[in-house]
Design a protein around this ligand. Sequence first.
Ligand code: PRP
Length: 212
Amino acid sequence: MTLPDSLTVLDHPLIRHKLHLLRDVSTPSKLFREVVMELTMLMTYEVTRDLDEKEVEVRTPLETFTARRLGGPELVVVPILRAGLGMVEGVLRLLPHALVGHVGLSRDEESLQPVEYYFNLPPDPEERRFLVVDPMLATGGSASAAVAGLRSRGATRVSLMCLVAAPEGVRALAEAHPEVPVFAAALDRELNDQGFILPGLGDAGDRLYGTR
Ligand code: PRP
């Protein structure tokens, strides 16, 4: 079955290399956190390809030159707690002036439905651009709820960056929010009966923080 055009899989040898380390069950939390950060940096380079720019005059040591720099309001990175937190630093290394909003969602392990427990955004969401980050797009319930929460608070420009996506989650998100571009490091095969991505990398939150 075809997948929505909203999905971009960032195919690159470095991305595949970092991802194989995350998939490996023997990778300990310390290395897992470092690799999530590095992978997020690599992905941020592509995900921010269409950021607004403006022209500025700069004086090089030799002459004056019209250069381009980032323009418009700062990007807002929005991690879905808790696993999304592992991706924030990778974005901030490249965009140190980005703001960080937080969306607290946990997945009810029986119904697989997301439950919202925290939501915090900077003022004037309608003027900003949001990048929701979460390592896993499984059923798509958490991402859809996060986007719905952002939209109900006035956000109009929202993208999602995840590490591993399941086809089911990509379709569910595109059905609920077709306007949201989704960037993934990999598109995996399927979900299992417990809503885990196969082959996946396990529970990203547990692996990042060593707790359940
Ligand atoms: C995981 C993951 C996503 C969500 C994906 O979070 O980090 O947020 O599940 O699943 P979905 O697409 O089916 O909604 P989890 O609920 O395990 O919480 P955690 O981040 O605190 O580990």
